[in-house]
Design a protein around this ligand. Structure first.
Ligand SMILES: C[S@@+](CC[C@H](N)C(=O)[O-])C[C@H]1O[C@@H](n2cnc3c(N)ncnc32)[C@H](O)[C@@H]1O
Length: 347
């Protein structure tokens, strides 16, 4: 679907704000809440592919300087997008360290200090993915995004309907999905720094068959994109093409090279970690090192929770393991996501 949801009167929405509209159920320090690493996929794979497609369509700059605002372990940049620099600003240093797209990582609490630690007009693109719901000072942050963008630069805000409700602001939690689109449009407009925001919606698509929630019969996670250019761009600048959805059940883009050359997990593409086999008299391993995919959101790990449960081992999953001595793959059972991590010898 490529249509706007029903419009809600923005002025009425603005007038409806109450003093508690931007409060949360959990007002504890955000740094505490986000201290726990969450290397997870916040959307199903089809929705994530659509997010990637939207970014790939809208970012038309050559060698752009990109700011990923409220970043985690993935910035969802398509492989063909070559950026001069990608700065990730978020709250969890480990998640940022895991994000291979980033060339600069900054831990900064936007709710404590909405000022962005960058000079004026230094970025071509500012991205904000599935995070706008957590901003307690969105008007200030949108003005800051406008300040750090070059004239004509793109601010792209992507969101869905999943959230940590205790950390999302009241107005967001209580709004319908159509009202949330209007809310984000309002954030743009009130800054006075952007051209009229545009909207793209992808919703009501079939949930991928291998998704962990497929059995619930719910559709794929919707993706909303609200985006606008910073005012002051050259009149003759190229127009950004309209976003498009990714094809249903598009095969994941796989690296055609064998695992032995890439040492990347063939299921999620993440670089595997070198892992020392246990060294004690009862060890049955006859090889010193293996390579293991430690991506907790890897489809292999996600599918294995279900498979193990069906085999009578609820609460267990497995990780994809590559044995370089035999050039072969094996599955190692795990009792939780922290298992095996002690053996990592090379990040
Ligand atoms: C749902 S995750 C989305 C992460 C990432 N953008 C993505 O697309 O996967 C929300 C992110 O917002 C960041 N975040 C939440 N509150 C924040 C705050 N007060 N200041 C800066 N970042 C924050 C967290 O670090 C977390 O990574």
């Amino acid at each position: 679907m490529n249509a706007e949801p029903n419009r809600v009167n923005a002025d009425v929405l603005y007038e409806s704000f109450r003093p508690d509209s931007f409060t949360r159920t959990d007002e504890s320090d955000d740094r505490e809440f986000y201290k726990r690493d969450r290397m997870v996929g916040h959307l199903d794979s089809l929705a994530l592919a659509t997010v990637e497609n939207i970014i790939g369509r809208l970012v038309i700059e050559k060698d752009p300087a990109i700011l990923d605002l409220m970043a985690s372990w993935s910035s969802h940049l398509p492989a063909e997008l070559r950026a001069a620099k990608v700065t990730g600003l978020g709250l969890n240093g480990n998640e940022l360290a895991r994000n291979e797209a980033l060339s600069e990582r900054i831990v900064h609490d936007l709710n404590a200090d909405p000022h962005l630690p960058f000079a004026d007009g230094v970025f071509d693109v500012v991205l904000n993915t599935v995070s706008v719901d957590y901003l307690v000072k969105p008007f200030e942050i949108f003005a800051e995004a406008g300040r750090v963008l070059k004239p004509g630069g793109l601010f792209l805000v992507l969101f869905s309907n999943r959230m940590f409700p205790e950390k999302a602001v009241k107005v967001w939690v209580e709004a319908s999905e159509a009202e949330r689109v209007e809310l984000v449009r309002l954030y743009f407009r009130k800054s006075g720094l952007f051209e009229e925001p545009e909207v793209f919606v992808s919703a009501g698509r079939p949930r991928p068959r291998d998704d962990k929630y497929a059995h619930l019969g719910i559709p794929s996670d919707p993706v909303y994109a609200v985006y606008a250019e910073r005012m002051g761009g050259a009149a003759a600048r190229p127009k950004r093409p309209k976003p498009v959805e990714s094809p249903v059940d598009a095969p994941a883009k796989k690296d055609p090279r064998p695992v032995r050359e890439t040492l990347r997990c063939p299921h999620c593409g993440e670089r595997m970690k070198k892992w020392a086999t246990p060294n004690h008299p009862f060890s049955t391993w006859d090889t010193d090192f293996l390579y293991i995919c430690f991506n907790d959101g890897c489809p292999y790990v996600v599918r294995c929770w279900t498979a193990m449960s069906k085999q009578g081992n609820p609460g267990m999953s497995c990780r994809f393991v590559y044995d370089p001595a035999r050039d072969s793959a094996i599955a190692l059972p795990i009792v939780n996501l922290n298992a095996l991590r002690d053996g990592i010898v090379e990040e």
